[in-house]
Design a binder for this molecule. Structure first.
Ligand SMILES: Nc1ncnc2c1ncn2[C@@H]1O[C@H](COP(=O)(O)OP(=O)(O)O)[C@@H](O)[C@H]1O
Ligand SMILES: [Mg+2]
Length: 263
């Protein structure tokens, strides 16, 4: 379990998170949704240990992350950041292998095989010799995910669940690759790991998430299963636009459409 208890974060003198608490259980996909600037990325950074809250604490499998060394954290969770501009001419293989270095297994003989498997999982087999900068935005996003999968290749290690913390993992992807990545994340959960993903596509979120956490202005305003939190009322309250939530008959899950193309 990753547990954030009443965390507050200040950035540049401004309070960005106000007492955020959330549990991300192994075996489940937790989605964080909300408008731009609502604190989703900041929440993910706080639970990944990338920034230290001004109040509250975060535990991962019962251990306070403030007490863990970077290499200990790297064995427990992998992080896909929202933006990953890289200005050096790295090849895809070099970037993906950074995940192995993070996991302390950079010199492992199996390293190249692990990297190749990770690339295959994100549908980038054959890309390892290409230059990262010469790839499309969606391909770069999948390379970064392969790096994370290289770091956290097994959902459970030494009997402990591990976690993928993904900031908008499918935002640049076409629909087929969105499904590839969401299925991969779901399989990671089915195999005993946990996933926290910041999402914008509410319909994909509805289909894949076990728990949705809705943020607005640095606070969690709603949480629960998709069918409980994706409602006309929460859409209006959180996003400030009128939507029509219906239920897809084949799946019995909500889907969300704007009420109208005009204001
Ligand atoms: N390094 C920073 N310094 C100052 N303010 C920041 C910083 N990073 C983010 N913020 C502000 O914190 C708020 C939440 O940002 P963020 O968590 O990135 O939002 P989201 O991911 O939900 O779009 C925004 O108002 C943003 O401008
Ligand atoms: Mg963000």
């Amino acid at each position: 379990m990753i547990r954030a208890s009443d965390i507050s974060v200040r950035l540049a003198g401004r309070q960005v998170l106000h007492g955020v608490s959330l549990d991300a259980a192994p075996g489940a996909m937790t989605a964080i949704v909300g408008p731009n600037g609502s604190g989703k990325t900041t929440t993910l950074k706080a639970i990944s240990g990338e920034l230290t809250p001004s109040a509250g604490k975060v535990t991962i499998n019962g251990r306070d992350i403030a007490s863990l060394k970077p290499w200990e954290l790297a064995l427990k969770r992998g992080v896909l950041p929202q933006s990953t501009g890289i200005s050096f001419p790295f090849t895809v293989r070099e970037i993906v292998r950074l995940g192995l270095e993070a996991a302390g297994s950079g010199k492992a003989v199996a390293g190249d095989r692990t990297a190749d498997e990770a690339l295959e999982a994100v549908d980038l087999a054959g890309f390892s010799g290409r230059f990262y900068q010469e790839l499309s935005g969606g391909e770069q996003q999948r390379v970064q995910l392969a790096r994370v999968l290289c770091q956290i290749s097994a959902p459970v290690a030494d009997g402990e669940p591990r976690y993928l913390l993904l900031d908008e993992p499918v935002s640049s992807l076409d629909i087929r690759h969105q499904l590839t990545i969401m299925r991969l994340a779901r399989q990671f959960c089915a195999d005993g790991g946990g996933v926290v993903a910041v999402m914008h596509d509410l319909n994909l979120t509805s289909m894949f998430a076990d728990q949705i956490v809705m943020m607005k202005a640095g606070r969690i305003r709603a949480r629960g299963a998709p069918k409980d939190v994706l409602t006309d009322e929460t859409m209006e309250a959180i996003f400030g636009c009128r939507m029509r939530v219906s239920v897809a008959p084949a799946q019995d899950i909500p889907f969300v459409l704007p009420q109208s193309a005009t204001m």
